[in-house]
Ligand binder design. Structure first.
Ligand code: THU
Length: 142
């Protein structure tokens, strides 16, 4: 896959895009998704080399459901880590689970240039969050 060659932090931090995706798949098994039955896991690679993850958590009041990406980022912040370099998202095997708009904005707060690893049928694609969300809202921009 190409993400390893594009960014040098993988080597420096001793992990690989494949490992991060395996971790996202692990978090996916914890998903609470009784309404959609769409299970998602996300794993963040932080700048200290640690991996922090999350899964989607649904609710009877559908609108308050939280996506795996936001849960992962909130978990990271809750443990004092605010500098993500990459996020891997694992959805259903055959579906390309690209972060929703709300998650793009939420993640961009912490690193608008992080790499987003997506997987479909076992193959990983890396895309920058910047290209998924070219103009994130930033309060100081106004
Ligand atoms: N979901 C995520 O967790 N991440 C995404 O990137 C897209 C959607 C969740 C929210 C909801 O629990 C289920 O997938 C169906 O939308």
């Amino acid at each position: 896959m190409t993400a390893s060659s594009r960014s040098d932090y993988w080597l420096k931090l001793g992990t690989t895009p494949e490992q991060l995706m395996r971790s996202a798949e692990g978090f996916r098994t914890m998903a609470y998704a009784p309404y959609s039955n769409f299970f998602v896991g996300a794993a963040l690679l932080m700048d200290d080399g640690s991996i922090v993850g999350g899964c989607n958590v649904e609710n009877s009041s559908y609108g308050v459901t939280l996506c795996a990406e936001r849960i992962a980022m909130a978990n990271a912040v809750s443990s004092g880590k605010i500098n993500p370099l990459a996020i891997a998202v694992a959805g259903e095997v055959s579906s390309f689970c690209s972060p929703c708009g709300a998650c793009r904005q939420f993640l961009a707060e912490f690193n608008p240039d992080m790499d987003v690893l997506l997987m479909q049928n076992g193959s990983i694609t890396s895309i920058s969050l910047r290209s998924l969300l070219p103009y994130p809202f930033k309060l100081e921009d106004i």
